[in-house]
Ligand binder design. Structure first.
Ligand code: 6CS
Length: 344
């Protein structure tokens, strides 16, 4: 029998050998993803977890829940609002049903063709940090970061190189109402549905196509049941990192600081990750299928740009005065950043 003091020493010795996260943390933060393991959001969350746990020296444990574990995007947002979970990704393509202003990111042809410009605008924007953050706060959400995940690419049972090719095309969209209008503008027949239903929808031909960044088209196997990928660079896929606002405001200052530091550090990291994932998975799709790649010419893109412009007015009707301000500010910021980049 070990004496009580010896038992204690043994326990203390074992604890010293254990990695800090094997000890009970003071805080457990649940972080839900709208994407599966191996995705851009997963890469972000794993790095967020690593840095936060390390910097908090074991006071915080971050548990990551990939898509499918807790629900659809809309359900994840509700879970954060109710504080059943603390952090989640909330893509504007779905979140627009709750915060109409965020649908600015669902508009076509507002981003620069130079993605480095988009990255810097998204990280430093007044439109985002003030106007949109306020709209999130009103829904008890702390907007921590807007994260670009790559250009949206159309997949379909045909090439989509003119707005006419979209006539009656049943395209799956995310569930924000503005996306339906964005594709009606091209004459399509948009069908909103959750991410988890897209593959079977394509396979059963309930829908003719869908739109997502390349890495997602590969990891969700959409390319296996589609004949064409069309590259128009009409929109970036962006998501937002959110926390429950009451929870976040109630955190000790040092932990808030760690979260803010990490989200700032991850801007460059995740930009590189999405770039690598989108490139390498395009390669994988080419190796594993004979799907046809259609790259739009500038003249073809211009026809889509023109057809998309009226949707900006619909956005303002849905998102109101603040939406108008977000749009104007963001467009001005992109233009200014393009001018600066061109002068370099
Ligand atoms: O299409 C969707 O619904 C999803 N697409 C991606 C790339 N991420 C999350 C989102 O819910």
């Amino acid at each position: 029998m070990l004496k009580k003091s010896k038992k204690w020493m043994l326990a203390a010795g074992l604890a010293a050998l254990m990695p800090f996260n094997a000890l009970a943390a003071d805080y457990t933060w649940r972080f839900a993803l709208e994407e599966i393991q191996g995705s851009v959001q997963d890469a972000y969350a794993q790095e967020f977890k690593r840095r936060v746990e390390e910097r908090s020296q074991g006071r915080v444990e971050v548990q990551v829940y990939p898509y499918g574990a807790l629900g659809t995007s809309a359900q994840l947002t509700e879970l954060v609002q109710n504080q059943a979970i603390q952090f989640a990704f909330a893509s504007p393509g779905h979140l627009g049903a709750v915060i109409p202003e965020v649908q600015v990111f669902s508009l076509h042809f507002i981003f620069s063709d130079n993605n480095a410009v988009n990255k810097s605008v998204l990280a430093n924007s007044q439109a985002i940090n003030q106007l949109l953050a306020q709209a999130y706060a009103e829904k008890n959400l702390e907007l921590l970061s807007i994260v670009p995940e790559g250009w949206m690419v159309w997949t379909g049972d045909r090439a989509l190189n003119t707005p006419e090719a979209f006539k009656d095309f049943k395209i799956r969209t995310m569930t924000s109402p503005l996306l339906v209008e964005a594709y009606r503008a091209y004459g399509a027949n948009p069908t909103p549905m959750p991410y988890s239903e897209v593959y079977s929808g394509l396979q059963l031909k309930q829908i003719d196509g869908q739109v997502n960044p390349i890495f997602a088209i590969e990891e969700m196997s959409f390319y296996e049941v589609q004949s064409h990928m069309t590259f128009a660079r009409q929109a970036q896929f962006v998501t937002s990192l959110v926390a429950n606002k009451t929870f976040f405001d109630g955190l000790p200052e040092d932990l808030q600081k760690i979260v803010k530091q990490v989200r700032t550090e991850l801007v460059d990291h995740i930009y590189d990750v999405q770039h690598d994932f989108n490139q390498s998975r395009l390669q994988k799709i080419k190796e594993n299928s004979d799907i046809k790649m259609v790259e739009l010419t500038e003249a073809e893109r211009e026809a889509f740009r023109k057809a998309s412009l009226d949707v900006r007015q619909t956005y303002v009707e849905q998102a109101g005065q603040r939406g108008q301000e977000v749009l104007n500010t963001l467009l001005a910021e992109i233009k200014a950043a393009e001018t600066k980049a061109a002068a370099r």
